[in-house]
Design a protein around this ligand. Structure first.
Ligand code: F6P
Length: 549
């Protein structure tokens, strides 16, 4: 018998009825009926306290959403993932990022092999290397220590380490500068090399496949820059290391096998920041702090694996997203970290969410008849308040927000921090409760301004708080979002671990290159818009003296 479609499940149907009953209820009303909901709808795990109470739902909604999770098989699919089953069905692979942060004492057999000793062997290799780079024992080809690390990678091989490095800047060594180069636009590499001394520069070429066009183009340009400056190919050995699953390609590039840090095909790119892809982060914060980072992930993993669904932070986070997306019609999720150090976090989450759950067919290849991943976006608070918050408060769109904050400042400046956090709390309050026309009028506002100065409120937020931004709490936060993404994918019955949608544009770009360089004079033979774009670029390229391809 075919599996029941999502919208036919009893819990989904019950949620549709429930939505009719509660959709118009204002958050003012929800709080009036249940004054204690701020406490009752707040849950804690792994150093995080998450307040869901300013979402447009009640205990009954949550009960129904938990039933939906059960009817979708969330516990079974979660356990299958954690056991190492091939949950990535289109690529026939497990998705075992949880293994990357398991303690040495654990074991996890995949096929016939325990993967945990392999994970720790690489962690030990990374620790040894990071320690040598940090203390200056690792020398460049001319005998000088490393002062600049340039990480080359893109997508999951960039966004994680770039975000975590910025997030943990207060834990990072000041003896080494770090740059993260992703874009094939040579301006990115150019800026990372500006002022660099080749004799003191280390490149980490990070690519799971070691074939990605952007990363390999940057790596070849960096290698040419280094060899030109140091005058000897032998220098590559002291200035290039690789993080990859592709030993042959790494060797062919000229990087010695002992300078390669491995990971495995069961680690998805966007789930890889805690693998050797995080080598630059380990060099920055040191091996002990990196292990704390992993311990944070692991604490959230344990909670995800064992807590009842109704108190399980990643599951609840996912269920609230499903409620907002599929029942209240939200089309996006704004993530606003009230933390300057987390300013790259929304960009990181964009890949994690949208590459994972931006899917239109189920795991069985049938088109879905419901929305999947919302558009994720965001900027740090309070900057965003002076930019797009106007739309959040008074626009016509319904945009749920995650507000992330910490009780302690990174630098001991409580005078700034108290105001920062007051803003987080105030925004959540203003978005939820707004200000009615009566309240506005009572404040003595001229009547013609009342409609302009009225805030409808009823705009949902989830507040995620922790005591301090540290390696451990950051690891736990990332794991919370990873498992939320997975849980949402299970409910939508999609494969969160493949990304075929990025292929088509790559293939077409490869075909277009020779037409831009002049290598091919022929027309592309496609639509008039594309032909015209190519023609315009070529004519300007020619006038600007672009070299022939
Ligand atoms: O953009 C697609 C993608 O495959 C991402 O999923 C991945 O993180 C990125 O490219 C980089 O891939 P690689 O690590 O193989 O260079």
């Amino acid at each position: 018998m075919p599996a029941m479609r999502l919208r036919e499940l009893p819990a989904w149907r019950a949620l549709e009825d429930h939505r009719e009953a509660v959709a118009d209820r204002h958050l003012r009303e929800w709080f009036r009926c249940d004054p204690d909901r701020g406490r009752r709808l707040t849950f804690e795990a792994a150093g995080w306290r998450v307040d869901f109470s300013k979402n447009r739902l009640g205990p009954e909604t949550l009960d129904l959403l938990v039933r939906l999770a059960e009817q979708c098989g969330v516990p079974q699919r979660r356990d299958a993932m954690l056991r190492g089953e091939r949950v990535n069905s289109t690529e026939n692979r497990p998705a075992l990022h949880v293994a990357l942060r398991m303690p040495r004492s654990r074991s996890l057999v995949v096929g016939s092999e325990d993967v945990i000793p392999q994970v720790h062997a690489v962690l030990d290799q990374m620790s040894d290397f990071a320690t040598r780079v940090r203390c200056g024992a690792w020398k460049g080809a001319t005998g000088r220590r490393i002062r600049r690390v340039v990480h080359l990678g893109i997508g999951g091989s960039d966004l994680g380490p770039a975000m975590v490095y910025e997030a943990l800047r207060f834990y990072a060594t000041r003896d080494i500068e770090f740059f993260f180069v992703a874009n094939i636009d040579s301006a990115d590499l150019h800026l990372a090399l500006a002022g660099a001394d080749p004799a003191e520069t280390l490149f980490i070429v990070s690519s799971k496949t070691f074939t990605t066009l952007e990363t390999m183009t940057n790596a070849h340009s960096a290698r040419a820059w280094l060899v030109r400056a140091l005058g000897d190919e032998a220098a590559i050995k002291r200035h290039f290391v690789a993080v990859s699953t592709n030993t042959e390609a790494v060797r062919a590039f000229g990087i010695a096998p002992e300078n390669m840090f491995a990971f495995w095909d069961w680690v998805g790119g966007r789930f890889s920041v805690d693998s050797a892809i995080g080598l630059a982060v380990m060099i920055a914060i040191g091996p002990d702090a990196f292990r704390d980072f992993l311990a944070g992930f692991h604490a959230m993993d344990e909670h995800f694996a064992s807590a009842p669904l109704a108190r399980n932070l990643p599951v609840l986070h996912a269920l609230v997203a499903v409620w907002n997306t599929n029942f209240l019609g939200a089309e996006s999720l704004a993530v606003i970290p009230y933390s300057h150090c987390l300013r790259r976090f929304p960009a990181y989450l964009q890949q994690l969410f949208m590459e994972s759950n931006g899917k239109r067919v189920t795991v069985h290849g049938e088109p879905v008849d419901y929305h999947t991943c919302p558009v994720l976006w965001g900027e740090p608070g309070t900057n965003g308040q002076h930019s797009f918050f106007q739309l959040l408060h008074q626009g016509t769109r319904f945009v749920p927000c995650d507000l992330i904050g910490f009780c302690e400042p990174q630098d001991g400046r409580w005078d700034h921090h108290d105001v920062l956090m007051a803003n987080l709390i105030a925004q959540a309050q203003a978005l939820a409760f707004g200000r009615t026309a009566e309240e506005t009028a009572e404040s003595g506002m001229p009547s013609r301004l009342v409609p302009h100065r009225t805030f409808p409120g009823n705009r949902p937020t989830t507040a995620l708080l922790s005591v301090r931004l540290s390696p451990r709490t950051l690891g736990a936060l990332i794991a919370l979002y990873e498992h939320s993404v997975f849980t949402q994918g299970v409910i939508w019955n999609i494969n969160s671990f493949d990304q075929w949608g990025v292929e088509l544009g790559k293939e077409l770009a490869q075909k277009i290159v020779p037409h831009l360089t002049g290598e091919s004079e022929a027309l592309l033979g496609c639509d008039s818009s594309t032909e015209e774009l190519v023609r315009y670029y070529r004519s300007k390229r020619h006038q600007s003296g672009g070299e022939a391809g």
